[in-house]
Design a protein around this ligand. Structure first.
Ligand SMILES: Nc1ncnc2c1ncn2[C@@H]1O[C@H](COP(=O)(O)OP(=O)(O)OP(=O)(O)O)[C@@H](O)[C@H]1O
Length: 310
């Protein structure tokens, strides 16, 4: 397995809908073999429009897309058998049992995994005889995943894979995705759950308005956003009693009911400055909290920045 092989290469991808609306406006990224790559974005950012082209369901208006070295649209017959797509709401006949559904689907897949194996993988081993209409929403999502895994795909497209799953089901799905990744499967994930992207993705891109607003590892994306320090000053003390905020490396602040919130790109310098001042002044800072930005904060920060720029 060549870990540097680009399993997906997307270069300056554009997608234009009938009527001329440009939903994807020049997107470039690549996904290496054995990587989980997450596409995030606000509603309408262009995730689905992008993924549909990579899956080979639509041609791009312009740009170049390669999956496993081939054009997924014009060479669909060669690419499709090596990929697995987890659809949102597969729309299976409700009267069929889980096992019948898997068997029906297996008829369309060359070299399908045994039905028991794939159901066991997704935690539906004990539900083979249950009708689809009797499954919970979370179990249906797992059936969607089972069908995507039937052909033991090299490339897996996961669209909101844990919607409707309870906490345990989400954790199980995450463990399964990690195990698939460790086994060499390349995964393109779209999700609205930022903790899911933070926990699963090796790299990610945040889309906004058809463009990539930022991309990198979760750590790189969050590091680009300011960290936060918050604390409550004792009665009789005010923000102006601290050393000048600019000297502490603070790039933004607010005071809300006695609680001070500072934003900084130099967490260690700011935290040291605040604590040194408190120590010297004999002040106890209650509720003291210092933390790097989470992916959620980074996401919201990027969405706000883009709106201001628009
Ligand atoms: N068939 C279509 N015809 C015209 N415009 C479309 C069509 N499908 C999507 N769009 C528009 O393209 C833009 C991107 O939509 P897309 O579904 O790709 O976004 P998304 O990031 O997947 O959003 P969500 O998170 O809400 O699923 C939106 O403005 C949407 O209204």
């Amino acid at each position: 397995m060549d870990a540097n092989e680009h399993v997906m290469e997307i270069t300056d991808l554009r997608r234009v809908y009938a009527g001329g609306f440009e939903a994807v406006r020049g997107i470039t990224f690549h996904v290496k073999r054995g990587e989980v790559f997450a596409l995030l974005g606000t509603n309408g950012a262009g995730k689905t429009s992008t993924v549909e082209v990579i899956e080979g369901l639509s041609p791009p208006a312009s740009g170049r897309v390669r999956v496993l070295g081939r054009d997924p649209y014009t060479e669909r017959a060669a690419v499709r058998p090596r990929t697995g797509v987890m659809l949102q709401e597969g729309g299976f006949p409700a009267e069929l049992t889980v096992a019948e559904t898997v068997r029906m689907w297996a008829g369309c897949v060359s070299g399908a995994r045994p039905e028991g194996e794939v159901l066991h993988l997704v935690g539906l081993g004990g539900r083979a005889g249950v009708r689809v209409k009797q499954l919970s929403g979370g179990e249906r999502r797992r059936l969607d995943l089972a069908l995507a895994l039937l052909g033991d795909p090299e490339v897996l497209f996961l669209d909101e894979p844990t919607t409707g799953l309870d906490a345990e089901g989400r954790r199980d799905t995450w463990d399964l995705v990690r195990a698939l990744r460790d086994g060499g499967t390349t995964v393109l994930l779209t999700t609205h759950y930022l903790d899911e992207a933070e926990g699963l993705a090796d790299r990610l891109a945040i889309l906004h308005d058809g463009r990539i607003a930022t991309t990198g590892t979760p750590a790189e994306v969050t590091a680009a956003q300011p960290a936060r320090i918050s604390f409550r000053l004792p009665d009789g003390y005010f923000l102006g009693d601290l050393p000048p905020l600019a000297e502490l490396g603070v790039c933004g602040h607010e005071v809300d009911g006695g609680v001070v919130r500072l934003r900084t790109r130099e967490l260690q310098r700011t935290a040291t400055g605040v604590l040194t001042w408190a120590e010297r002044s004999g002040v106890v800072l209650s509720g003291l909290d210092a933390r790097s930005a989470s992916l959620e904060e980074a996401f919201l920060g990027i969405a706000r920045e883009q709106e201001v720029m628009a």
